[in-house]
Design a protein around this ligand. Structure first.
Ligand code: F6R
Length: 616
């Protein structure tokens, strides 16, 4: 949700900033801008649309300078216009600011500044913050030092309610960029004779592998060879230098046409990586040291809450079915955006898992904090190492899925479900599951990557089905039991990248209303592997067919009765019912991908969306 990158060093800033923006474009792509400082002059270029538009503008008149800040926007306050694009300047025109987040009290601050004579040129909350910092800088008086700029940032932020990851550059303080965060991620990258700020390390991994993940309320002043991190309340703030594990290659598309396709194809490996080192045949269980809980503590848990947003919430729903089936512990799923404002009864032996690929989703982070406020042990299931949720949770399990850049989540979903199955196995084995049952589950988990490979081999078959139905006005997705959440996820994938309206339902709910939608023009995708509800799913398919609705079925290889009654059939390898979501989700990801491709949609950057929703 907005990407920011700053550079201070000895190289020309603009190519580094543009390259970083391209890597951050998945966070927002409504407009983009850069500001550099050269020979005592600030140069600002900004433009609506993709980074390519900004690059074109820059080519016409390239700004010089070895210090600069830049931004790619996902609009919150104010429409998508050149004027609303970042960076924004203050009243004096000497200070520029990029911002990720929302300043909630911006209207009050703006009114006050207007009364004091400030003039605003945009509708954004960010411009108000730029003016506020500029005002504090100007009224402080004295030499224009780095310390004075830091103090101005500190005093302004103390007046702000909301979230921010900001970068500030001042014409009269040419040897520094000041960054600060609260609620929106900001990373400091350390180089030799040069340093970086970015909202995500993927933007700077080509230049450095040493990063400091700033904490909420940190203010960092960055020079070419040095930096200083203080807290909003004053005084030094502790930090840790982390080694960035992934490489530049990991954040490139390689030979794939899109990040989404690359990430779909990575799943045999990412599922393997979610399992790696976590299965013990000796004890026939899962080993999840990151939970940091003894068997007795785990045994005392009598209720689990799983929370997250979007795809992560669909994985949580799969987790509800899996953990209840394997461990017989009651599980409840709440959207994080609901959890944060509910006052749920939370008995003390409740364990909460917050699930988030990015580890930065604002609602999920708020749910984590609310749960901790109520005294509950709250664990994270995150992909992004060092993310805020990973750092603030009381323990957890990393997905190890590698960077996910495609805006539509794919590999993170299957990793999340795999990890929830590991949790089910662990909790089941310290309750009622026998050694042989534990070993059977381990066998089934270990067989998943090979089965995923076989599904990926059906890519061209799925592409042909997608082509046939791509011009449908709407689609319905049905699934039952373990595959009901997969139907929700399939519908979400279809909607977000192809813009075809799609809705997911428990199969048997069809007759309670949604059957009214069925016509010969509305395809229904039914997720119906061989399990205890196959016959029930087949009856629902018959109901759709009786009304001339076309059926695309995802079923088990060799299930001829399903294949016969379907207009299109996508076979998946046989597997136990509780692990089926890891397999059945994959044809739906490919179906959405090929549909979007056929319709000419921008698969990796769908309309109105951004990866990592760091605003409420
Ligand atoms: C859907 C999608 C979103 C995310 C949601 C949570 O394809 O990507 O629904 O799943 O915004 O994001 P994380 O997992 O980063 O918290």
């Amino acid at each position: 949700m907005c990407g920011i990158i700053g550079y201070i060093g000895n190289r020309t800033a603009v190519p580094i900033l543009l390259d970083g923006l391209r890597r951050l474009e998945y966070r927002g792509y409504d407009s983009a801008g850069v500001a550099t400082l050269a020979d005592g002059k600030l140069e600002v270029r900004k433009r609506t649309g993709r980074i390519a538009n900004l690059a074109e503008l820059i080519q016409q008149s390239p700004p010089a300078g070895t210090v600069g800040i830049s931004h790619t926007r996902w609009a919150t306050h104010g429409g998508v216009t050149d004027a609303n694009a970042h960076p924004h300047t203050d009243q004096s025109g000497k200070l520029v600011l990029c911002h990720n987040g929302v300043i909630e009290n911006y209207a009050t601050l703006r009114d006050q500044l207007t009364r004091e004579g400030h003039t605003f040129h945009s509708q954004t909350d960010t411009e108000v913050l730029a003016h506020l910092i500029g005002k504090h800088f100007d009224t402080a008086g004295g030499e224009p030092t780095r310390a004075r700029l830091v103090e101005a940032v500190r005093n302004a932020l103390k007046q702000c309610v909301g979230t921010y990851g900001i970068l500030v550059l001042h014409r009269d303080v040419p040897d520094a960029i000041v960054g600060a965060r609260r609620g929106s991620p900001l990373v400091l990258g350390l180089g030799k004779g040069e340093n970086f700020f970015a909202s995500d390390v993927s933007a700077i991994v080509a230049h450095t592998r040493e990063a400091i993940y700033l904490k909420d309320y940190d203010i960092a002043a960055l020079g070419r060879d040095e930096f200083e991190i203080t807290s909003l309340l004053g005084g030094a703030s502790g930090f840790e230098v982390s080694k960035v594990e992934f490489t530049e290659e990991d954040v490139s598309k390689g030979d794939f046409a899109h990040y989404m396709l690359k990430e779909i194809y990575e799943q045999p490996h990412t599922i393997q990586d979610a399992l790696r080192g976590r299965l013990s045949r000796e004890e026939a269980t899962a080993k999840l040291g990151g939970l940091d809980m003894t068997p007795n503590e785990l045994r005392a848990i009598d209720r689990i809450i799983l929370t997250g947003c979007g795809t992560a919430c669909h994985a949580a729903l799969c987790g509800e079915y899996i953990i209840e089936a394997l461990a017989h512990v009651p599980v409840e799923v709440e959207y994080a955006s609901e959890f944060r404002y509910r006052n749920l009864p939370l008995p003390k032996d409740t364990l909460v898992f917050v699930i988030s690929q990015s580890g930065e989703t604002a609602d999920t982070l708020a749910a984590l904090r609310e749960s901790q406020r109520k005294g509950l042990r709250t664990l994270g299931i995150c992909n992004n190492v060092g993310s805020t949720i990973a750092r603030e949770s009381d323990g957890g399990v990393y997905m190890h899925a590698g960077v996910e850049i495609g805006v539509a989540a794919t590999k993170s979903f299957t990793s999340q479900v795999t990890i929830l199955a590991l949790i089910g196995l662990l909790l089941g084995r310290i309750r009622h599951l026998s050694t042989s049952e534990g070993l059977r589950i381990i066998d089934e988990l270990e067989a998943l990557p090979g089965k995923v490979e076989r599904i990926l081999a059906l890519d061209s078959h799925i592409a042909a089905i997608a082509k046939k139905y791509a011009h449908s006005q709407a689609m319905m997705f049905l699934g039952r039991q373990f595959n009901y959440p997969v139907a929700l996820e399939g519908a979400l994938k279809m909607k977000e990248i192809s813009y075809i309206h799609a809705s997911g339902h428990p199969s048997a709910e069809l007759k309670h209303g949604v059957i009214a939608l069925i016509t010969a023009d509305l395809p229904t995708v039914v997720v119906a592997p061989e399990d205890s509800v196959l016959e029930k799913n087949i009856s629902n398919i018959e109901e759709v067919k009786a009304r001339k609705g076309p059926i695309i079925a995802i079923g088990t290889e060799g299930c001829t009765k399903l294949e016969k009654i379907s207009d299109a059939f996508i076979p998946i390898p046989a597997c136990s019912d509780y692990l089926a979501p890891v397999l059945t989700a994959i044809p739906l990801q490919l179906l959405a991908y090929h549909t979007a491709l056929h319709l000419g949609c921008d698969v990796d950057k769908p309309r109105n969306l951004a990866k990592s929703v760091t605003v409420e």
